[in-house]
Design a protein. Structure first.
Length: 556
């Protein structure tokens, strides 16, 4: 029998079999509030929250807020909104800053046990003494300070009597360790910056490695799940726990999984911030951004993102997932949910000569063939309608099954029409096509003529009963498939100058009822979502995805 469990679930099940109390299972999602969450975070969110669901376990949302120079309340609010939008809620909202006093007290304990010392070298000097993976590091000249002197200096750091960079607190471990992270890592530094929560109460701030495991321990997290780049940190994670852990309490277990890497996409918050701050994109929620808020504004759904994460899987090795898989998942989801609408972007006028002037007829059109419960809507049929210019040819190539002189097509949900006369403008371009319609061919009427087959079916709108809308179409933001390998200052070399295009279109009247966040399938075009628009603008629709995978074609 196939084992459908991922390797994380196997680890948890083994721990339960070995005596771990299932009531003590506890997970956490620990983002740093220094930017908006991106598509890579979706994997970590889904993994942790779904594990909590599966095992009926507690899960915390914990903000790793130890770097006030880069953190902001707006990021905290955005992260909570994104997690909720994905359909998850947490048991407790925690912050690393909740533990600043405990972390400080434990640091004093390390000093008293000769396991930490205050180093007064510059950051450059400390880095130079670290050594290399093949050569051991050198001890700091301050490594043998007494516990009393280290305590005094550390307290001065806490009291704001030291300048940033003047002193740091380092763990005293092993400067010859093959693991560079074990070579007396810095665990505290001085920062003169206001913290989003503690304001100016603290000027010494713990480093991530010191904070991470100890926060897990305080919260009694059973399984601390991290991406693979943290695997070398596990030894340090365990060393720090060794200094404080009580054998009668849960000892957190760090395990690593492969991060989600997406082609043509950046998932570094530092680089995403560069795009925002340099106005390369219009904010963190620009629909071209791989942030959760950007994907949401573009029309991606929580279900499609979770489906994508499940399809990508939980692996132990890094790999790059093609954008086409993400698009497939959102296309599959939207196909079931979205009402079909008719929108014409590049119109050509069709005049039906055997209809009277002023003719208006209400037709009943199906909303979504994938969802009978979506019902029907009315659409007005008039003497003149608009079709896409590409759907008519006055000199059609072979196998052109759309409208051409002497040829018949069906207007979707309406009638069969036949092109009889082409009217050109002064420049020689087609200005209008005169057609006749078969009044017995009305879709859904039940007559034999209504069942008559023609090879082409075209979407259309009334030329007099429609609304104007604005459409934003998107392409990949970067032309290079691996933009993450470029430093931000070189992004200009790989940016796609055509990552967004704007056009106007004519839409059927039903579209006037759309609200911000409503998604639709525009017949034969793709899926679109109504964007937030200013009162002076037309309704704006962002394209989510095409009806078919076009990434492979574009990559050739």
């Amino acid at each position: 029998m196939n084992d459908s469990r991922n390797f994380i679930e196997i680890i948890i099940d083994q721990d339960l079999q070995n005596g771990l109390d299932p009531d003590k299972l506890c997970f956490r999602f620990p983002p740093e509030p220094n930017g908006f969450l991106h598509v890579g975070h979706v994997k970590a969110i889904v993994l942790n929250f779904e594990l909590a669901k599966k095992y009926s376990a507690k899960i915390n949302l914990r903000f790793d807020d130890t770097n006030p120079e880069n953190e902001d309340q707006k990021y905290i609010d955005a992260i909570k909104s994104d997690v909720n939008w994905l359909g998850y809620s947490w048991d407790e909202e925690r912050y690393a800053s909740d533990y600043f006093q405990q972390l400080y007290d434990w640091s004093l304990k390390l000093i008293n046990e000769d396991k930490a010392y205050v180093d007064s070298q510059t950051s450059e000097e400390i880095a130079n003494q670290k050594g290399t993976p093949k050569e051991p590091g050198k001890n700091s000249p301050f490594r043998n300070r007494t516990a009393e002197e280290n305590t005094m200096l550390f307290k001065q750091m806490k009291e704001g009597k030291a300048e940033p960079g003047q002193h740091v607190l380092r763990a005293k471990i092993d400067m010859s360790s093959p693991n560079m992270l074990m070579r007396d890592p810095v665990i505290y530094r001085v920062l003169n910056a206001s913290h989003p929560r503690t304001k100016s109460d603290w000027v010494v701030f713990p480093m991530y490695d010191w904070t991470h495991g100890e926060s897990d321990y305080i919260e009694q997290i059973s399984h601390s799940l991290c991406t693979l780049e943290f695997k070398p940190h596990r030894e340090l994670y365990d060393w720090f726990l060794d200094q404080v852990v009580d054998k009668d309490k849960i000892r957190p277990k760090q395990r690593e999984f492969a991060r989600l890497n997406l082609s043509h996409t950046i998932t570094s918050k530092r680089k995403l911030l560069y795009l925002v701050e340099n106005n390369i994109v219009d904010g963190w929620d620009d629909p071209r951004m791989p942030t959760i808020s950007g994907l949401r504004r573009r029309g991606y759904t929580p279900e499609s993102l979770k489906s994508f994460v499940r399809a990508a899987g939980v692996a132990k090795r890094e790999n790059v997932i093609e954008m086409s898989l993400l698009e497939f998942c959102v296309r599959e989801d939207l196909n079931k949910k979205c009402n079909r609408m008719m929108v014409v972007q590049n119109p050509i006028k069709i005049t039906i000569t055997n209809l009277e002037e002023g003719h208006e007829e209400m037709l009943i059109v199906e909303n979504n063939p994938e969802d009978p419960s979506a019902g029907n809507r009315e659409m007005v049929f008039t003497k003149t309608v608009l079709i896409e210019r590409e759907d008519f040819s006055d000199n059609p190539p072979k196998k052109f099954f759309r409208l051409s002189p002497g040829n018949e097509v069906r207007l979707k949900g309406a009638y069969i029409i036949k092109a009889n006369k082409v009217i050109y403008n002064k420049e020689g371009f087609v200005d209008e096509v005169e057609c006749t319609y078969d009044p017995k061919s009305k879709s859904g009427s039940g007559s034999e003529e209504s069942k008559r087959k023609v090879k082409g079916t075209l979407h259309w709108v009334s030329s007099t009963k429609n609304i104007h809308i604005t459409i934003r179409e998107y392409d990949r933001l970067f032309e290079h498939p691996s933009p993450g390998q470029f430093p931000p200052e070189e992004f200009y070399k790989i940016l796609n100058p055509n990552s967004m295009s704007v056009s106007t279109a004519r839409a059927e009247l039903e579209m006037s009822k759309a609200k911000t966040g409503d998604s639709f399938q525009f017949q034969r075009k793709g899926y679109y979502i109504m964007d937030k628009a200013s009162p002076s603008q037309n309704m704006i629709f962002n394209k989510t995805v095409s009806l078919r995978d076009n990434w492979k074609k574009q990559a050739k």
